[in-house]
Design a binder for this molecule. Sequence first.
Ligand SMILES: Nc1ncnc2c1ncn2[C@@H]1O[C@H](COP(=O)(O)OP(=O)(O)OP(=O)(O)O)[C@@H](O)[C@H]1O
Length: 587
Amino acid sequence: MNNIRATLAIVWRIAIPYFRSEDRWAGRGLLAAVIAMELALVAINVLVSQWQNRFFTAIQEYDLARFVTEIWIFLGLASVFIALAVYKLYLNQWLQIRWRQWLTRHYLGEWLDEATHYRMQLTGDAADNPDQRITEDVKNFVEQTLVIGLGLLSSIVTLASFVVILWGLSNKAPLHLYGTDIVIPGFLFWCALLYAVLGTALTHWIGAPLINLNFEQQRFEADFRFNLVRVRENSEQIALLKGEGAERSRLLDRFGFVIGNWYAIMGRTKRLTAFTASYSQAAVIFPYVVVAPAYFAKSIQLGDMMQTGSAFGSVQDALSFFVTAYRSIAEWRAIVARLDGFEMSVDSAVNLPAHQATIELKAAGGSRNIGLEKLCVYLPNGKPLVAADGFAIQTSERVLVTGPSGSGKSTLFRAIAGIWPFGTGTIVVPAQAKLMMLPQRPYFPVGALGDAVIYPAAPGAFQASQIRDAVISVGLPDLADRLGEDGHWNRMLSLGEQQRLGLARALLHAPDYLFLDEATASLDEPSEARLYRLLAEKLPQATIVSIGHRSTLDAFHTRKVAMMKDGAIHVLGKDSTPVEPEPSAAR
Ligand SMILES: Nc1ncnc2c1ncn2[C@@H]1O[C@H](COP(=O)(O)OP(=O)(O)OP(=O)(O)O)[C@@H](O)[C@H]1O
């Protein structure tokens, strides 16, 4: 019970923001229309039940005129039913797509906002496969919530309406045992109730493990898909290393989980179906058996008996809503749990500063320098990595950062960019300053080359001639003629070409601060030198901070700092000897 209450609370939390959003009037209107139609359909069913009584009584009494009238009445009822059924589905689908559109935008916004997607990975990623959350889970949540919510509503209203009918019929058809009438008020209703409650309890008992099994199935499927995507994205490496055998066995291992779990679902579903099928078959004759003694004792007419059968069916259907919808409820609960996990993961990434010490990023109005004050950068496990205090990067300065592998150079860049939260102290960045980070392997979205180069600017933000000039100036004249061509550029271009395009991107965006994290490491030394000269010429005012291991880079920088294995930052002289020890080591 507590579980159900908790699930409903989560559903409410996920569902309700849409009905309070900017699209609320459309959403509320469509929901109200769909609910009204659902209720109208129940009303039609009640009218059909009463019609059935009159119809069969007319047949029993050989009353042709009444028979014909009833046919006409039925045609009227059926027409309204058809119109309602069509528009209920149509408006329901319309609501689904609007709701899904809003939820998808909302989750995409939260996931992509302020590097939350990156932080979610750092904080342990409670929500595996966010892509699945934002695609299938959102779609299924909207769909199933409406199916189950409306199903439940219609069951309750059906129950209430037919209970009244069954109760009235019970008085006409008293329990007839051993030749005597036993009057139990509403006895037909009690029979239906007992039948349905028993069915529901047994279904829950047999089907309960399906909730977890469905949850696991979705997870295993998503894992398998994710690993296939990894192979596709790293196919060159895998082919070069001849890793196909290893990949195949890894993938088959993952697929093994999908299969194993599926067998468990099959076994469970078989038992559940055996029960639900027997249950619904028995329900066909059960009411007739119950009222047959009264009919054969001539206490009731054929119409009453037929109406009892259908009313009993409706009550029992409504009460067994849980029985028939068990599989979808199980899947729905798994979906709700996954969306909840995703929201919690987003939440903990967004609210990281509230839970643990984080680096404060301060936008300073007056100064044009970047300053590190009492800074201590940690690893996610809390281990100190880099320490610096009173360290500044002056405007238009050219700084070369060196140091052994793993000393934390890239992580310091991440902290300056504001995406690495673990640590204490302050990083002061000039307000309005434009920072740009160029990694060793720049990212190019799939699409037109020109758009990939100017990323993250929107297509059209730069003139074609500007992009062309930038691409030519970094030494790629052939690519300058292919700017309109679509492609997966990270896969198609050499790493050196990608790094040149990364620099073209920097030239176009003209940042105030350019951070190059081994961004030219795949180029030969003369090319690297040419590109650094180009940067100096085209971005004379920019502050450039490079991470690099080559001594040839010294010539293009005015200051050299070394990150030590112990976490300290040392400023080095031109001969690479420490001239200015920086504050205390972090570890
Ligand atoms: N997301 C992460 N989770 C855990 N540890 C991390 C993470 N990112 C980096 N580290 C660890 O932080 C340390 C510093 O990494 P970083 O990439 O900053 O080193 P680096 O000095 O740039 O090295 P290199 O010169 O090899 O690029 C490494 O020991 C690395 O394993």
